[in-house]
Design a protein around this ligand. Sequence first.
Ligand code: HEC
Ligand code: HEC
Length: 512
Amino acid sequence: MRMKMILQSWTASRGKKLALAVVALGLATAVSAAVIPQLFAFFDPTGVIATYNLNGPLDHSNPFFQSLGTNGRSCSTCHIASNAMGLSTQNIQERFFSTRGQDPLFAAIDGANCPNGSSGNPADHSLLLGHGLIRIPLTVPTPNPVQFQIVATHDPYGCALVTDPTSGEQTASVFRRPLPTTNLKFLSTIMFDGRETILPLNDRTTDPANLFSDLMHQAVDATTTHAQGLPPTTAQQTAIVNFELGLFSAQVFDNQAGFLVTNVAQGGPVNLSQAAYYPGINDTLGQDPNHIPFNPTVFTLFAGFANPTDSRDPFARALAAAQKNIAAGEAIFNTHTFSISNVRGLNDNAALATALGTTLPIASFEGTCTTCHDAPNVGDHSLPLPLDIGTGHDPATETDPQIASALAQLDFPDLPVYQITGCSNPFATAQTAGEPYVVNTTDPGKGLITGACSDVNRIKGPILRGLASRAPYFHNGAAQNLDQLVNFYNQRFQMNLSDEEKKQLIAFLNSL
Ligand code: HEC
Ligand code: HEC
């Protein structure tokens, strides 16, 4: 739906006075949005999400929208404009029930819990229907020497770890959310485990060419795996990648706070398309190639909402209060400090230890949400830095009390559990060194790509834009909504957020 139509139906469906207040406030934006033909806007649970296509109107003949394989799927089966180019469980459930499970999304190859799932049976698609999860089969690497052993200790669907009878190769199934195919210019890592970052995205001189090349490679793998097809032609790959790189998505309108693109707020995808970015920008660990020190104020979109002009009109006051909440949430994200412990990739990071003037392992250090989400106004990490914050740990066997209580806030899916042995404990102290170390995990992350102990459980933090339209969250869809996500963080890092602060943080995240 285009912005103009949305405005009309929105105006019709709400009280006129409130609509007028909002429209008056955002008039300039609304008019400009309605006349940008490359802006595609859709309702979502908290407002309106828009995708802006730098390359002009959406061209549905682009191979991104074409079935290139054998099961009827296209890229747009799992990457949907109304979900900020990701995929919400709401969309999945609607498609399951309207097609009785016959939509190509539910192809058994990876749209069922296991490839032998029967078509149309909701129980065989429970991870996709309940948590938005696609099965990712990954060959267990066998480096020589092998660093770790992996076994499945919980196999609820029967395909956790499968050994090929002829080659002896093992395939592990992990289950992950589709990452959005938008805002790609800001990526430092492709896929949660980085397996498509073939050429590194860590240097400003090579970044654009490497990103293009990586995405070309990714388009081939996506077609051969998800669509069960032959590799697309170079021309098709090029068209897909050019299309993806032109897309920018962000929330433009909030049901409570009105337009997020005003003379004082810089939300929305057009502003995002102009955000400054280069690998290492605002790096937390001091690796910005311009030697600019890390600034924890990563998001600067909504500070202008903090001090609204006074009004006696009750509608204007309600709007102003909602805007203030968003600004307050942004400030919490940027500045609320807490202590970070037991994060693989940070607390065992030698460069960080040096910067902090301490030795490994770092028991804990003070940080903010932006310690990890450091790319300005985007929210991923501007250099490759896979992390383990605990989201994929097995809740049943977790021993860290903070991680266990954080996991208890989530609606954790019934996933296969893998036990990894043979590694040493990255957080071992003089007292615990030498004790056997066992990792129980639902997703070994980058460890399944490299086979290295130091990579076990580590995954990237995604770009934090367009969140409102693409619940659930985390790689395994364990946070059904932002309430669960914020409660997770509140426990994980003992943030002591008040109910008011949680609401503000959620209002901010929904406005991205
Ligand atoms: C069956 C669903 C499905 C289909 C079809 C699909 N994808 Fe994806 N896509 C995913 C999942 C799941 C991930 C994340 C997987 C992971 O991280 O291991 C993903 C990740 C991506 C990413 C990485 C984004 C990032 O932030 O790292 C890109 C780019 C992408 N897909 C492009 C495509 C293209 C191009 C096509 C069509 C050729 C396509 N996808 C088809 C499910 C799908
Ligand atoms: C120690 C590093 C770290 C800190 C601190 C951190 N995050 Fe994250 N964040 C991550 C990683 C890694 C992921 C990916 C986890 C996953 O997908 O399982 C993530 C994922 C997310 C997501 C989900 C995105 C999606 O598309 O599913 C949101 C939202 C988010 N973080 C918000 C926050 C907020 C709010 C804070 C502060 C309260 C915060 N993060 C603090 C590392 C961090």
